[in-house]
Design a protein around this ligand. Structure first.
Ligand code: HEC
Length: 209
């Protein structure tokens, strides 16, 4: 008699738990899957903690092996404009169409959250990406030099000048429509002569151009 009572109570408890789970799931399915939302503080905290724990201590301590030169700066700036600005914006603010539609959103790279990371941490993120976020991994192949150069550029973002930002605009990937317009303009300037084939960057090749 007592045994049946225990079994019945346990069964009822399981059913109640399942029903509660289903209710939470439905609630989330109805309201919670939009990437337009901002992660809650608890979610951001847990994700931040998971990221910190997952990063090997050896990565944190890595030093930039590339010597900084104006040419390295130029190269990294062009690279950022081409591969990163679509989400992060040329100035690193993250205020872009793609950036605003991601969950979590790209943070403002000029602020303490990013700038307080070590060079090694930044490098590790560029090479490995951030799981369950829009931040892609750019590592693999011969990407390491490119990533270290980008680390310098991320450090420079808080001091980016207006002139540099303008320069970057001409380095941003173009839509096919813009390329067509450019071609037409070039043809016009050449007096209608067919233009030389324009070089296009193959974005599928990934990090290193
Ligand atoms: C498709 C969009 C996208 C592209 C392209 C992209 N990122 Fe990100 N990035 C993100 C998102 C989203 C995050 C935030 C992830 C998070 O909060 O966990 C992020 C995070 C970062 C961070 C960590 C900042 C922090 O404070 O947590 C760095 C550094 C970074 N990106 C640099 C770059 C660089 C450099 C490139 C180009 C080589 C790049 N990203 C390309 C979306 C992108």
């Amino acid at each position: 008699m007592k045994k049946t009572l225990v079994v019945t109570t346990s069964l009822l408890a399981v059913v109640a738990l399942l029903a509660f789970g289903a209710w939470v799931y439905m609630k989330t399915a109805m309201y919670g899957f939009s990437a337009r939302a901002e992660p809650s503080r608890v979610e951001a905290m847990l994700a931040g903690y998971a990221r910190e724990t997952a990063m090997p201590a050896s990565a944190r301590a890595m030093k930039n092996p590339i010597a900084f030169t104006p040419a390295v700066h130029q190269e990294a700036m062009a690279h950022f404009a081409d591969h990163c600005a679509v989400c992060h914006a040329n100035n690193g603010s993250g205020d872009t169409m793609f950036g605003k539609g991601l969950y979590p959103k790209p943070p403002d790279l000029r602020l303490a959250r990013t700038q307080n990371m070590t060079d090694g941490e930044l490098f590790y993120i560029l090479e490995n990406g951030i799981r369950m976020s829009g931040m892609p991994a750019f590592g693999g192949g011969d990407s390491t030099d490119d990533s270290w150069k980008l680390v310098y550029f991320i450090r420079h973002l808080p001091q980016l000048s207006a002139a540099e930002e303008t320069q970057m605009e001409s380095m941003n990937p173009k839509t096919s429509e813009e390329s067509e317009e450019d071609k037409a303009e070039e043809q016009f300037l050449n007096g209608g002569a067919p233009s030389a084939p324009t070089t296009t960057i193959n974005h599928m090749k990934g990090h290193s151009k």
